[in-house]
Design a protein around this ligand. Structure first.
Ligand code: WTA
Length: 634
């Protein structure tokens, strides 16, 4: 492991924020200590009870099969479909007339879909997919902005047992191609254009670029967002409206085994190649339903807004699937929260009377910089509970969020989890006392620990590696078509323990403080991107011979990328070349991989085996002690 950051940590932030009587009154879990103790005594029973809150076509005969660990199976032989719980079971109940999705676009366009309308839309597309010969187990790639059709497409796939794979629309055509090829997707669903900050994004054009020569894609389904002219390839491309208009609005929901795959979501790791994280129907629905209900204290008529993008796990679990299972109203917003003005987000909160707001520290810090006058223009009185996800929230941002946005009345759920965990793993429950900047305690039934490099727990206040000790229902099942990578990435470093690849410490009260990722993954504005991914994009530029990429602390984005590049012979450093390489990274990976700084160097610090020591680069850059450099080649 090439990790740094094992530091002694000050036990700061002693102040406890205790829940008010009003918060306690609404809390789903009032006795948090007793609940955690009980769940930890018998986690299987805890998860079985959670599973019983949902509807199944056939009951499991074992809750957990760990005979082939770490390839765990949950709710063995149980029969279900997550879409049955998201939609079918609400039909014929009063929920069918409730608003399922409120959508607003960048430019202020609006749409509302009731549960019944959403159900019908999903059925039509599900039938359309069948018409295009999509069968159970086939992969469907989805490359869309934050629009209702993204949710519709995911649900339609799941309904017929197809496996969806949403690719975040901020990825480039090359990144999309790589993901489509890895899973051999049969269908690609996209739109003519997308919108961001008033700009038009040529989605279809990007898709055409991504799939030219693709051996697997048979059809492209194109949603007409603006109705602009886009080239359509005969016999391959079809407009969404043309496909669904003749389809019936009823469609049988496929009976799935609990362990049948629901989706693949690609995530960054230590190598340049992204990993296809596989999630399944049964355990996933149980895990996200229970965490959503308990952590966010969901009430029947809640209007809930998670500002993530459906292209990330947060969007999958907590914009689409969990809110729909709970029958609440979920808000989807295609724009950015500070456009056209820095109070767009607060305007939306008041306009839609949002009760629960779930967002990311990078956004909180950005909004904080605009000053208090922007949120103060709005009442924000509908807000009851706030959430944070994606990266550590610094105490200063936490306190601002608490005071200026939550008016000191809304508890903040700082939720730690990962694409791989599927559900929130470490988070407060609203009845717990909070500490600004701490994700507090593992969710009931989850046993987390901070360990040293030998896997032994470290004392309070000492930094170490965050691991999970027991399986949980919504855990990833494997890396798509690469079980060995699943074993090597998550289970090799600490036998028997799931390695999160995050660094953390616990304080004396047992609260967890997550410090961030190990050395090989950056978190830029909360988006995970591998250092190796950017390095490999750089060296694919004709002038670059070698590159080392590090993350630097950034006041808003949390982290920003800096690249050190060795040029090939015959190329001279220049500002023009810096610009060119930046553009090249963008075209290889997309705007998500934005690299703020590029510096040309003659040498990079390497181990004797030739591996670039990013840790040393980083220490040099930040003027810190590089620590143990005995592995350096020279
Ligand atoms: C980081 C996002 C600190 C962490 C759900 C993790 C956090 C990675 C928090 C997963 C948090 C997420 N506090 N760090 N509350 N939430 N992280 O897969 O480093 O996009 O490993 O999933 O984000 O990122 P991913």
């Amino acid at each position: 492991m090439s990790k740094t950051g094992l530091t002694e940590v000050l036990l700061n932030e002693k102040k406890l924020y205790k829940p008010s009587a009003k918060v306690l009154k609404h809390a789903k879990v009032k006795q948090w200590k007793a609940t955690i103790d009980k769940a930890n005594k018998d986690p299987l029973k805890f998860w079985e009870e959670a599973a019983e809150e949902l509807e199944w076509y056939g009951r499991w005969h074992d809750i957990l099969d760990d005979s082939d660990a770490p390839f765990f199976k949950w709710f063995v032989n149980g029969k279900c479909n997550i879409v049955h719980n998201c939609l079918d079971r609400h039909i014929g109940t009063p929920t069918e007339n409730k608003t399922a999705i409120i959508w607003e676009s960048d430019s202020g366009k609006r749409r509302k879909l009731t549960y019944k309308q959403l159900y019908k839309e999903v059925n039509k597309l599900a039938n359309g997919l069948k018409f295009l010969k999509v069968r159970k187990g086939d992969r469907v790639a989805i490359y869309l902005q934050n629009i209702p059709e993204t949710a519709i497409a995911m649900l339609a796939c799941a309904k017929i047992g197809a496996v969806h794979s949403v690719v975040y629309a901020g990825y480039s055509a090359n990144a999309l191609r790589e993901r489509i090829d890895d899973q051999a997707a049969k269908i690609l669903i996209t739109s003519d254009v997308g919108h961001r900050r008033g700009k038009i994004i040529d989605m279809k054009w990007l898709c055409d670029k991504a799939i030219s020569g693709s051996p697997s894609i048979q059809h492209v389904i194109v949603i007409r967002q603006d109705g602009v002219h886009v080239p359509m390839k005969m016999n391959r491309d079809i407009f969404y409206d043309a496909l669904v208009e003749t389809q019936p609005d009823v469609c049988k929901t496929e009976v799935m085994d609990a362990e049948d795959p629901l989706f693949i979501l690609y995530t960054s790791g230590t190598t340049a190649k992204p990993k296809g994280v596989v999630h399944v129907h049964g355990g996933y629905m149980v895990g996200i339903h229970r965490t959503f209900e308990w952590i966010f204290d969901v009430k029947e008529n809640d209007i809930y807004w998670c500002t993530a993008d459906p292209g990330w796990i947060t969007g999958h679990s907590y914009i689409v699937y969990a809110p729909l299972m709970s029958g609440v109203t979920t808000v989807m917003f295609e724009g950015v929260p500070d456009y056209p003005k820095p109070d767009r987000i607060w305007r939306l909160v008041d306009k839609y009377k949002i009760n629960i707001l779930y967002t990311a520290p990078t956004l909180i810090r950005a909004l904080m910089r605009y000053g208090d006058s922007w949120p103060k223009k709005h009442s924000l009185k509908s807000l009851r509970l706030l959430g944070s996800v994606g990266e550590p929230i610094n105490p200063e941002a936490w306190r601002w969020y608490h005071k200026v946005i939550g008016k000191s009345r809304c508890p903040i759920m700082d939720t730690w989890w990962q694409t791989e965990t599927g559900m929130i793993m470490i988070s407060p429950l609203s009845s717990m006392p909070l500490k600004a900047g701490s994700a507090t305690l593992p969710f009931p039934g989850i046993q987390a620990e901070v360990v040293d490099k030998n896997g032994k727990p470290v004392p309070a206040g000492k930094g170490g590696y965050l691991v999970i000790k027991n399986p949980w229902p919504s855990m990833l099942r494997t890396v798509f078509k690469n079980p060995q990578r699943y074993l090597d990435t998550y289970w090799k470093d600490f036998p028997g323990l799931y390695n999160t690849d995050d660094l953390a410490h616990k304080d004396k009260g047992g609260y967890f403080w997550i410090q961030g990722r190990g050395d090989d993954v950056l978190s830029i504005a909360g988006h995970r991107i591998g250092n190796a991914e950017i390095e490999s994009a750089i060296v694919s530029h004709k002038a670059a011979a070698e590159a080392g990429v590090i993350g630097k602390p950034h006041p808003v984005k949390g982290e920003s990328a800096k690249a050190f590049v060795i040029l090939k012979k015959g190329y001279e450093p220049s500002d023009k070349l810096i610009d060119e390489i930046k553009k090249h990274i963008r075209s290889e990976l997309g705007p998500i991989a934005i690299t703020d700084e590029i510096e040309f160097v003659d040498k990079l610090p390497k181990t004797r085996s030739g591996k670039i020591m990013r840790r040393v680069l980083k220490a040099w850059e930040l003027g810190q002690d590089a620590g143990d450099t005995s592995a350096l080649a020279d």
